[in-house]
Write a protein that binds this ligand. Structure first.
Ligand code: SF4
Ligand code: SF4
Length: 336
């Protein structure tokens, strides 16, 4: 099998039907907001020109989930584990930033061997697709570009066909069907031009390039933190919308007589006042410190720990911040 193939747009539905016979398919849908959902029929899929408003994160790390439930019985307790990740998933139609974000989430969640995340994420097949028109807030080019390092299949619209890059053995198996054809060097050139054009557009809008592992640690006392602390509303939207933010809180909820209950986890946000509150003290009471912590966590601590930035340039935090804080402006000031 060639490493480059193509599929006619008219045959895409058949390909997705075939996937649905063997896997649970998740793909972008457009309702009130665009997001990935479990697909029952390929006609539900809405292939958007750029990223969805909600990232892939909730598929693997839901905003709220039960970890286990317990019930008191005569001779002790019955514990029911809520671990349930048997689904064989295919994610179809994800854009580069969201696929890149999974690599970052994997590092954080697998480091603590999180079984709930791991069971959902394990063996997920990724079929990504190149963005047609980037958003004004996109800046994935600051972190290497539109196409991530890891995927199973990658589609790029080249007219009547999608050019298909094969990124893994599993991807190769998926394209070994009659629906796919050999791609020509001209097809490949069309794909290359398409990606290059879109990346140029992003670079022009984003006006930010980061060197690999640029040192920002010496900016701890910079006056930018005070400026941002003064305008940040501490609402936490930027954390919750971010595909790589992964902090959560664990709570036990019991009924009134303590005979039954459940342990849940819910997303948390380092911008919230309570985030750093312990029984002894709150060590990040100050908004300035919380703003700084978020940026350091993404651009300093992650580099020390994993040699990567924990941001993929999706721009969701820019679009959702009521205070108008633009992470690209923050970075431009930190790296100058
Ligand atoms: S979304 Fe904006 S205002 Fe809200 S916490 Fe984040 S930076 Fe602050
Ligand atoms: S920090 Fe902002 S731009 Fe970076 S990945 Fe998170 S939401 Fe996207």
């Amino acid at each position: 099998m060639d490493t480059f193939v193509k599929i006619a747009k008219s045959k895409l539905k058949d390909f997705l039907q075939h996937i649905m016979e063997n896997y649970t398919l998740y793909a972008p849908v457009k309702k009130k907001i665009s997001r990935f959902e479990r697909i029952e029929d390929p006609s539900q899929i809405c292939l958007l020109p750029n990223r969805t408003e909600i990232s892939l994160k909730p598929i693997f790390l839901p905003p709220k989930e039960s970890l286990f439930r317990w019930k008191k019985v005569e001779d002790g307790y019955i514990i029911e584990d809520c671990l349930n990740g048997k689904e064989k998933k295919v994610i179809f139609g994800a854009k580069g930033c969201d696929v890149a974000s999974l690599k970052i989430l994997d590092l954080y969640m697998m480091e603590v061997s999180d079984p709930y995340y791991a069971s959902r994420r394990k063996d997920t097949i990724i079929i990504g697709i190149t963005c047609e028109y980037p958003r004004e807030s996109c800046f994935c080019t600051a972190f290497g570009g539109m196409i991530p390092d890891e995927y199973d299949l990658w589609l790029t619209d080249i007219g009547d066909y999608y050019f298909v890059d094969i990124g893994s053995e599993r991807g190769k198996e998926l394209v070994s069907m009659e629906l796919f054809e050999r791609a020509s060097p001209e097809d490949e050139e069309r794909k290359r031009e398409k990606i290059e054009r879109a990346e140029q557009e992003i670079r022009k809008m984003a006006k930010i390039e980061l060197e690999e592992y640029q040192d920002m640690e010496d900016k701890f006392e910079d006056k930018i933190w005070e400026e941002l602390g003064d305008i940040c509303l501490s609402c936490g939207r930027c954390n919750l919308i971010c595909p790589t933010c992964h902090c959560f809180d664990v709570r036990d909820i019991t009924n009134l007589d303590g005979s039954a209950g459940e342990r849940i986890r819910v997303w948390d946000s380092c911008h919230l006042f309570e985030f750093a509150k312990t029984s002894a003290e709150n060590f990040r009471r100050d908004r300035r410190a919380r703003v700084r912590y978020r940026i350091y966590d993404k651009f300093v601590f992650s580099v020390k720990r994993y040699k990567l930035y924990a941001c993929v340039g999706c721009g969701r935090c820019i679009d959702s911040c009521h205070a108008g804080i633009d992470i690209r402006d923050v970075l431009r000031r930190l790296i100058r």
